[in-house]
Write a protein that binds this ligand. Sequence first.
Ligand SMILES: *Cc1c(COP(=O)(O)O)cnc(C)c1O
Length: 306
Amino acid sequence: MIPDESKSVIQEIHDPILDKKHVRVLIKRDDLIHSEISGNKWRKLKYNIDAARKEGHHTLLTFGGAFSNHVLAVASSGKEFKLKTIGVIRGEVNYSDNPTLSHCKAMGMKLHFVSREQYKFKNEAAFIDELKSKFGEFFIIPEGGTNCLAMKGCQELAESIEIPFDIFCCSVGTGGTLSGILSSKLPIKNAIGFSALKGDFLKREVQDILKRCNQEVSSNWDINTHYHFGGYAKFDDSLVGFINKFYTSYGIPLDPIYTGKMLFGIFDLINKDYFQTGTTILALHSGGLQGNRGFNILHDQAIVFE
Ligand SMILES: *Cc1c(COP(=O)(O)O)cnc(C)c1O
């Protein structure tokens, strides 16, 4: 099945706390675009796949961790668009049979495991040459899928939003999605990116991506670094509890790596009266639900999501 952007509806959350605080929360359901090539990963891959085909490539090669939403999206796109795929996977050979990587293999992706040490050289010419001598010619899609072609797909995402809102919110990993949103033609008043990683380097990173892709760097946005729960893929019971309550209350499944942290942050800020009365928030559900299967195997079926 080809990803279908028209499935990405905007859904309002109804909750007494939102009435009490006079804040509206709308969710842009990019998770509904496709079950595997979901959310921002489809938006980021779209023009990369076009470019690969136009340049006459038959193989996509990309990089990622053992639970990567991006690697799975590439594997699944390869099957859908009849391109071969190679995944260069960071360490963790013992995870080669987890749900994400098993599914990648089932989609025909060749997996190539490298140590965490080697993985650091993934952008170096010598490392790429070695991969070329092993696998032949390929079109490279960077880790997380973030490049200027990816930004274009995310600009389109923003431009497809026809409902007025005050603040755009999304989760941030590499910053590619937020960069696309910020450089779109949609006149965004204000945006907050919720960092899924520990540290305060992502604001700089988003500015750098925008510059690299010849886009203006505006100042109507910020990165919130308070809801990473200890770092990438770290979590606690309060986050898992929030995700499960969100699903039972509103019927919207979240993931613990990205969208769960963002919405936890949004609701925490609403409770703390961070947003002005009358604010409408539009939060991007960037997908990533495939990772819940692997998470649940490691963490005792903690997340209820389907
Ligand atoms: C990869 C991913 C992100 C992070 O997007 P970036 O463009 O890397 O910032 C956010 N949400 C989900 C569900 C993802 O899979």
